[in-house]
Design a binder for this molecule. Structure first.
Ligand SMILES: *[C@@H]1O[C@H](CO)[C@@H](O)[C@H](O)[C@H]1NC(C)=O
Ligand SMILES: *[C@@H]1O[C@H](CO)[C@@H](O)[C@H](O)[C@H]1NC(C)=O
Ligand SMILES: *[C@@H]1O[C@H](CO)[C@@H](O)[C@H](O)[C@H]1NC(C)=O
Ligand SMILES: *[C@@H]1O[C@H](CO)[C@@H](O)[C@H](O)[C@H]1NC(C)=O
Ligand SMILES: *[C@@H]1O[C@H](CO)[C@@H](O)[C@H](O)[C@H]1NC(C)=O
Ligand SMILES: *[C@@H]1O[C@H](CO)[C@@H](O)[C@H](O)[C@H]1NC(C)=O
Ligand SMILES: *[C@@H]1O[C@H](CO)[C@@H](O)[C@H](O)[C@H]1NC(C)=O
Ligand SMILES: [Cu+2]
Length: 641
């Protein structure tokens, strides 16, 4: 494979197969198991070894092996853990599964504090979208909002092979879905594992439009049962309001946090009628001693990177994002925003003294001295594992400061994909440079302090798309092709099936201020990228000797750009489309930390059938009509994505 000229950039930052292993009608992953037996005296012991880590020889690679609790590596006798799923022709045929998501406004108090948010099918988080590897997912999204917002749904991490138009990015692949209208997304799951869907209309996901995606398939570690744990920070004010703080240079910090939409916010003041702490509570999951549980961890945060651990338990990591990995054991893990880890936990804790254990989650995004949060003051206790399902007690508190981890991704030498890839080395010279920074942007605006707006820049420019004219319209879907405005930041990748390399550099200085060091979770649509280098506190320069990870490097759809350092990634141009790359810290992408790849432009519009192109135009026409008279137009617009 050869490196494509001009593909090397520097971005500086300031049902199922025959033997259906899963039920044909997906039900939400259970959040409360049936009554589990109370541990007996004889079981009064624990080895806390976590689920065993399988050795290569314990796998059954034979063609007829079927998926079971003790052979999770198998699938339907034809496909298994070693099937290269990056090609739709290689994966199981599957069935069509239909879902309906209705987006409304609603009042909720998930942590005991009453807030106005946006809900999916009347709930927060939204319902589980669940199916099997190879299935076709058909999801109809209805906008029934009363606040005039458009909406769109992005299926995070889904490759969308050949279906870029189903990526749900407002201003890129569609006009937003207008109030009162609906849109049907249809895509096939070549991947399997754990993810989430979320609105890609401004900051709407922070305000509630999120839910889990579970696609059953093989696993590199065996288990008996599973739970999905959605981790998030939580704001008591609308993100659309907080955006004004961000753009004035004052990043908003979350008030609270939730696992599966629950927590107990420490309400102090009886004066605040919105604080109804008795309504808050801890999410709990039940373990039966001796069984192994797959926990699907999804980080749906807006601002904070979370460190996660369970008192009294170790675990084995089986997948990073949608990529199954060679299992490794640990007792604490960082999940950056947008990332997922599938971990297998053995229900083998010492239950002599206690049958309830805290599931802990705490913010790790602490740039030295920048935030007043320290290990000793943040309450990490967030949810509960119970060995006795009848217990309603809170577990005893264990001092957990030892589990403080820097906000780094898991060590990349541990995150080794099962399906191996060798990556050709990047060209020795960087051909182009893009600088990312956080800068005041003078715009005479009266809504911001002294007329200054703070914007993130990627490639020296802040990202902004007009919802009225998505990327496809510029590419010619509605008439003549038009040149992009610079704020659309198109990076053309024209050659087919080649590796494209990018350096994203976080060493920058805010004009007139101290260097502002933060970790940024970088997410790419439509691909898994390989992480070739991930370096903290060092400026990338073309002459420096960088050791690249080329032999089966960590591969995923979201990786941390370490503070003050750089990230070198690469991906193959296997999927024509307009694909965003952005920081998944929602306030950063909404203030411009994004750009888009126009991958194999000549093939993009060919993906549309005549009927689909017509639907696209109709949706845009209706959207434009509504937007013209929407009062939100008067405010400071965010990037749109
Ligand atoms: C979306 O709704 C929020 C209120 O929930 C409002 O503040 C914001 O202006 C709306 N934005 C758009 C673009 O409609
Ligand atoms: C509640 O009061 C305690 C003790 O005074 C304080 O530490 C805590 O930060 C307060 N919580 C909130 C949410 O204000
Ligand atoms: C979720 O991601 C945010 C931002 O990357 C991070 O601060 C937080 O610690 C993560 N949560 C978990 C449980 O890892
Ligand atoms: C797992 O548990 C054992 C026993 O408590 C402990 O010694 C070990 O450090 C833990 N962590 C890992 C990563 O194995
Ligand atoms: C961005 O700005 C830097 C510093 O001014 C410059 O060296 C670089 O060439 C610019 N890159 C692009 C893509 O404009
Ligand atoms: C950024 O790079 C400069 C020059 O290469 C270096 O002096 C400085 O220490 C770097 N900053 C950080 C945060 O690493
Ligand atoms: C400046 O602000 C005004 C008002 O918010 C806005 O309409 C305009 O698009 C902004 N200009 C730029 C270049 O962002
Ligand atoms: Cu960021």
């Amino acid at each position: 494979m050869k490196v494509v000229r001009g593909f090397l950039w520097m971005l500086a930052v300031g049902a199922v197969a025959l033997s259906a292993p899963v039920t044909a009608n997906p039900t939400p992953s259970k959040l409360n198991a049936n009554v589990a037996p109370v541990p007996q005296r004889s079981e009064c012991s624990g080895n806390t070894i976590g689920a065993s880590t399988p050795s290569e020889s314990s796998y059954d690679r034979s063609p007829n092996c079927l998926h079971s609790n003790t052979h999770r590596e198998c699938w339907d006798g034809k496909h298994n853990l070693w099937t290269d799923y990056e090609d739709l022709d290689m994966v199981p045929k599957g069935i069509v599964r239909k879902f309906e998501l209705t987006i409304t406004n609603g009042v909720i108090a998930p942590d005991g504090y009453t807030v106005n948010k946006m809900l999916v099918n009347g709930q927060y988080p939204g319902p589980n979208i669940e199916g099997n590897w190879g299935d076709t997912f058909e999801i109809t999204v209805k906008n029934r909002l009363s606040n005039g917002n458009g909406t769109s749904i992005h299926f995070h991490g889904i490759h969308q092979l050949g279906t870029n138009r189903m990526d749900g990015a407002s201003g890129i692949t569609q006009c937003p879905i207008p109030v009162g209208k609906s849109m049907t997304y249809r895509w096939r799951a070549n991947q399997y594992g754990t993810s989430w869907y979320h609105s890609h209309f401004s900051l709407q996901y922070t305000d509630g439009v999120v839910g889990p995606i579970v696609i059953h398939g093989p696993s590199s570690v065996n288990y008996d049962e599973e739970y999905t744990l959605m981790l998030t920070d939580w704001f008591h004010t609308s993100a659309f309001t907080l955006y004004y703080n961000e753009v004035r240079g004052i990043p908003p910090l979350p008030n609270s946090k939730l696992i599966n939409g629950k927590w107990k916010f420490p309400c102090n003041s009886t004066a605040d009628s919105r604080c109804v702490s008795n309504k808050g509570g801890f999410a709990d999951i039940v373990f039966e001693k001796g069984k192994k549980y797959r926990l699907r961890l999804i980080n749906m945060s807006t601002t904070y990177m979370q460190t996660f651990w369970i008192d009294g338990h170790n675990f084995t990591v089986a997948a990073a994002d949608f990529v199954p990995i060679v299992p490794y054991r640990t007792d604490v893990i960082n999940v950056a925003i947008g990332q997922r880890y599938d971990i297998i936990v053995g229900a083998d804790a010492n239950t002599c003294e206690q049958t309830d254990f805290w599931i802990n989650m705490k913010n790790c995004l602490i740039p030295p001295g920048a935030l007043p949060i320290e290990c000793s003051t943040e309450d990490a206790r967030t949810a509960i594992v119970r060995y006795d399902s009848r217990s309603t007690k809170n577990p005893p508190t264990i001092t957990n400061c030892g589990n403080q981890k820097a906000c780094r991704d898991e060590p990349k030498e541990l995150v080794k994909p099962i399906i191996k890839k060798l990556v050709p080395p990047p060209p020795s010279r960087m051909l182009e440079g893009f600088y990312v920074s956080w800068d005041p942007f003078f715009n005479g605006s009266t809504t911001s302090q002294d007329g200054t707006e703070w914007r993130w820049n990627m490639a020296n420019s802040t990202f902004f798309v007009d919802w009225d004219e998505p990327t496809y319209s510029y590419l010619g879907l509605e008439g003549a092709k038009m040149p992009f405005p610079p704020s659309y930041q198109p990076i053309y990748l024209n050659e087919k099936n080649q590796w494209a390399y990018f350096v994203i550099n976080a060493n920058f200085t805010r004009t007139g201020k101290e260097p502002f060091r933060l970790d940024h979770p970088i997410h790419l649509h439509g691909h898994d990228f390989v992480v070739l280098a991930q370096v903290t506190n060092e400026q990338f320069d073309t002459n420096m000797p960088v050791t690249y990870d080329l032999d089966n490097p960590m591969r995923r759809d979201t990786a941390v750009l370490p503070s003050g350092g750089f990230l070198v990634i690469a991906f193959e141009t296997r999927n024509p489309g307009a694909w965003l790359i952005h920081c998944h810290l929602a306030f950063h992408s909404s203030t411009g930390f994004a750009l888009q790849f126009i991958e194999r432009e000549s093939e993009i519009l060919k993906q549309f059938s005549g009927a689909e192109a017509r639907l696209y135009r109709e949706q845009c026409e209706k959207w434009r009509e509504d937007w013209k008279i929407n009062p939100a137009r008067a405010g400071i617009r965010d990037s749109g994505a």
